[in-house]
Design a protein around this ligand. Structure first.
Ligand SMILES: [Zn+2]
Length: 271
């Protein structure tokens, strides 16, 4: 599943190709995504110039002047720039035909992704309005995490995956950042001291930043026409390593279930 680093890499990869270009047409092959793709998109977007491409949580926001096209990659979505006229394959549900002889194509085999239209301000869309701070921005800091978690009994792992506390920290990066911060995933979040909040914020930022840098250098070019752009594989400390030895101390990595998701941790390195 694309997590925040993949979405950010997608944004960076696409930006140079689409900003400033004109949308000549819109092709909807299968509107049946997580929510239906609006039928009037071709009418709204023909002739519009793409002004910017930004990201909020895992949503990509294409500013078209008269509104914002909101894209989400869901479980299996990917976006690529292809030469105009490239034949569509089975899971290619949506294209923006661009004025520079290319097209932006959404492929999504599982169709949990989304293509939505919003003609108000970015922050007013129902999917975006209640979101917490971005993990790589200044307003996500030790004081914010400390204040947001006082007297709460929920586990720190589940708290990190709550979009109202911080956005875009999915299962992989929550597990990894907690290992790096030496905090066990099931710790009641209200017990986290301010210095430990500071350490955790630092490790969340570092984990995501490293993933973005690594992914940016290893991911296949977004202009490549061959095959499916794969999500990059990484060398994890704990994620997916249940029963294997801890890379720091050698103890077996433990695996538990929290809120329907797997958590991985070292019982010696994380307290
Ligand atoms: Zn260990």
């Amino acid at each position: 599943m694309p997590e925040l680093p993949e979405v950010e890499i997608t944004r960076r990869g696409l930006a140079a190709h689409i900003i400033g270009t004109t949308i000549e047409d819109v092709v909807i092959r299968n509107a049946g995504m997580r929510w239906p793709i609006p039928k009037n998109l071709p009418k709204l977007l023909r002739g519009r110039t793409i002004l910017s491409l930004s990201r909020r949580a895992k949503y990509l926001l294409i500013d078209c002047g008269n509104g914002i096209l909101i894209l989400h990659l869901g479980m299996s979505g990917s976006l690529r720039i292809l030469p105009a006229g490239t034949p569509a394959e089975k899971h290619d549900h949506f294209d923006l035909i661009l004025g520079n002889a290319t097209l932006l194509r959404l492929r999504d085999p599982r169709r949990f992704g989304a293509v939505l239209w919003h003609d108000g301000g970015t922050q007013t869309h129902p999917l975006l309005a209640g979101l917490g701070p971005e993990p790589l921005e200044k307003d996500f800091n030790a004081r914010h995490l400390f204040t947001a978690t006082r007297k709460r009994k929920v586990s720190i792992k589940q708290c990190l995956m709550n979009n109202r506390v911080v956005v875009g920290v999915g299962n992989i990066y929550a597990n990894e950042a907690l290992f790096r911060a030496g905090i066990k995933p099931q710790l009641a979040v209200g017990k986290l001291s301010l210095p430990r909040c500071a350490k955790l914020v630092e490790e969340i930022r570092a984990t995501l930043t490293e993933a973005i840098e690594k992914g940016g250098s290893t991911l296949r070019d977004f202009v490549d026409t061959s095959g499916q752009p794969g999500y990059f594989q990484q060398h994890y400390w704990v994620y997916g390593r249940g029963g294997e030895p801890c890379r720091r101390c050698g103890s077996p990595i433990r695996q538990i279930r929290q809120g329907q998701r797997s958590s991985f941790y070292c019982g010696k390195c994380q307290k």
